[in-house]
Design a protein around this ligand. Structure first.
Ligand code: TRP
Length: 374
């Protein structure tokens, strides 16, 4: 947890510098990105109360780190964040976010055509959700930035989310994508209820793999539901989904925070996604971060990915022993495609404001410790 007299920016920047060193990403870009995201509210002393109850993280720190690993490639450092206005509110935050889109576009010559094609679908009218736009700043080992923006499907009210998503996919030429996604990812009669659109995301760069990503949150899902959700993507092995759930102890029903499906569309995809990612909010299904670490390592080992870099990353961000809290390791996600190399991403909370105390389930813990993570 933070303390002393440091500001929000200083605290998170300290973690970010160490994280970049741990992962092998040049720090200048990420530090500048963090500065832009937190400008000007990052200057507030940490000791002051939370400015806005952002859902980026459990303690309302407006950023979350992640490390994305892919076989045979250097890992990337990513910053998920919400831009807050100094006098925050739904409208003011959205305005601040749109300013950041323009700033980034100007500084990095980002193509905004797709952003402009869909922005009005999500952002017209009075904001009805607590966030309008989130950012993910992805930094490669070369220092290159690949930004992404997330629209909130509920931005004009939850009841309109399916219509907005359908319209946005259509506008981007992804005809048929809506139907395929729903046919697999939504349990019969459960659209907008147990299965909800969580985010609609766009890569803001023009590399050939620039993506559109649609996220569905599955409340109270079990393994079969998630296997079905993955079937929207041809060739994704059912066993890969089951392995992930088994290795993390998340065989469900997942009654805490929901598992989330991410459907990826790249150039050439029209009526089907070509990538599937499964996000597990591991922090709700373990007692403490030591357990979360073991679960994440089991997944990385299974996929043949490097665990040492994640250990270094955890050390860089953690400001407390792992068994003295839960939620530092917030999520783990796995990317599954028919032919591509497997990838996994580990999400780390800054915990600038608060640490969630560990759950103490002595018996369960003793049992899990002996076998379940293998
Ligand atoms: N904190 C929110 C949640 O846990 C949003 C969020 C942050 C999220 N990082 C994420 C959701 C990664 C899914 C995956 O739901």
């Amino acid at each position: 947890m933070g303390g002393g007299t440091s500001s929000l920016y200083e605290y998170i920047d300290g973690q970010l510098r160490m994280l970049c060193a741990a992962v092998g990403v040049p720090p200048a870009g990420p530090r500048a990105g963090l500065g832009a995201l937190l400008d000007p509210v990052g200057a507030r002393p940490l000791a002051e109360p939370v400015l806005w109850p952002t859902d980026i993280s459990d303690d309302h720190t407006p950023v979350e780190f992640s490390i994305a690993c892919e076989a045979g490639k250097p890992p990337t450092v990513r910053i998920l964040g919400e831009r807050l206005a100094p006098q925050p509110g739904r409208r003011a935050n959205l305005r601040a976010a749109l300013e950041l889109v323009d700033t980034l576009a100007g500084r990095f010559q980002l193509p905004l055509d797709r952003f402009h094609q869909v922005r009005r679908i999500f952002l017209d009218g009075d904001p009805r959700s607590d966030f309008g736009l989130w950012f993910s700043l992805v930094y490669r080992h070369t220092g290159a930035l690949e930004p992404k923006v997330y629209f909130n499907p509920d931005a004009r009210g939850r009841e309109r989310a399916p219509g907005l998503v359908a319209a946005a996919l259509d506008r981007l030429g992804l005809h048929g994508a809506y139907r395929t996604t729903l046919a697999n990812g939504v349990r019969p009669g459960r659209l907008n209820d147990l299965d909800r659109f969580a985010f609609f995301a766009l890569d803001l760069h023009d590399r050939p793999y620039a993506r559109v990503k649609l996220y569905l949150a599955h409340h109270d899902a079990d393994s079969d539901d998630l296997v079905r959700a993955a079937r929207a993507v041809p060739g994704v092995a059912e066993t890969a989904v089951r392995d992930l759930l088994r290795l993390t102890g998340c065989t469900g029903p997942l009654t805490g925070r929901p598992a989330v499906s991410g459907y990826t569309f790249v150039a050439g995809d029209t009526d089907r996604p070509s990538g599937y990612s499964l996000y597990l909010p591991i922090r709700d299904y373990v007692d403490d971060d030591e357990q979360a670490r073991r679960a994440v390592f089991a997944v990385l080992d299974h996929l043949g990915l490097d665990t040492a870099v994640i250990d270094r990353a955890i050390d860089a961000v953690a400001r407390r022993p792992l068994d003295e809290g839960v939620g530092l390791i917030a999520h783990v996600s796995v990317r599954l495609t028919a032919d591509g190399a497997p990838g996994a991403t580990v999400y780390l909370s800054s915990e600038a404001y608060r640490v969630t105390p560990p759950r103490r389930h002595g018996l369960v813990k003793a049992q899990l410790g002996s076998e379940s993570w293998r």
